[in-house]
Design a protein around this ligand. Sequence first.
Ligand SMILES: Nc1ncnc2c1ncn2[C@@H]1O[C@H](COP(=O)(O)OP(=O)(O)OP(=O)(O)O)[C@@H](O)[C@H]1O
Ligand SMILES: [Mg+2]
Length: 243
Amino acid sequence: MKMTEHQNKPMELITLQHVCKYYTMGDQTVKALDHIDLSISANEYIAFIGTSGSGKSTMMNILGCLDKPSDGTYLLNGTDVSSLTANELARIRNREIGFIFQSFNLLPRATALHNVMLPLVYKGIKFSERKRLAIKVMEKVNLSDRMDHIPSQLSGGQRQRVAIARALITNPSILLADEPTGNLDTQTTKDIMALFDQLHNEGQTIIVVTHEKDIANHCQRVVTLSDGKVVKDIMNKRETSSV
Ligand SMILES: Nc1ncnc2c1ncn2[C@@H]1O[C@H](COP(=O)(O)OP(=O)(O)OP(=O)(O)O)[C@@H](O)[C@H]1O
Ligand SMILES: [Mg+2]
């Protein structure tokens, strides 16, 4: 586990203090997140689980700086995200966060390589350097032989690996994945989880939302949400005992 330079305790990457997200619909208020207190350290591998509507995607949107809490404080790498403007939020998102979605969200007419290069356009990095970095990250996800294929010419697992490469190319502090294997078969799910394990071993912080027990069991820590609250927060023994 990574340490801060001057302290001897694990570095806290994420701290949520009394975080709430409320949606008002007519005269009804939905408490999608209801006073969440939670810390996540660098290089944790954590799953959020819970029934439909329990607040998992809302949590990911907040953690990923796509949305701001209605109340409470979110510290990301020491920055109080709750107080940032939309532009500042977008900047911190580009720098710190890599997103992976259930539906991959790739550009259908762009090659795998161009899909992976895309996030660097917004950083103003020149073409040759974007290409060099994309080739490197495609190697990491084991897709060097499919760089010129467009998404419809790739399998589901390969598409998800393109999406993972695209999330990794900016070298984010956090990889956020909302149901990343929801559209994949069992074997492909295993391959993607093996890739996540590899990234975690290399130091990546990974936060996954899942319905699937097998995937949650794979993670170091499992947090259960119910009605916008944390009702369970456990450490899995598996990693230390059997790997
Ligand atoms: N934009 C919105 N406006 C109003 N209510 C919302 C909005 N987004 C989410 N909600 C409500 O907030 C609650 C939490 O939603 P969320 O999408 O976080 O659930 P989830 O745990 O991701 O569910 P699922 O497993 O079905 O994806 C739900 O009751 C939902 O109806
Ligand atoms: Mg959801």
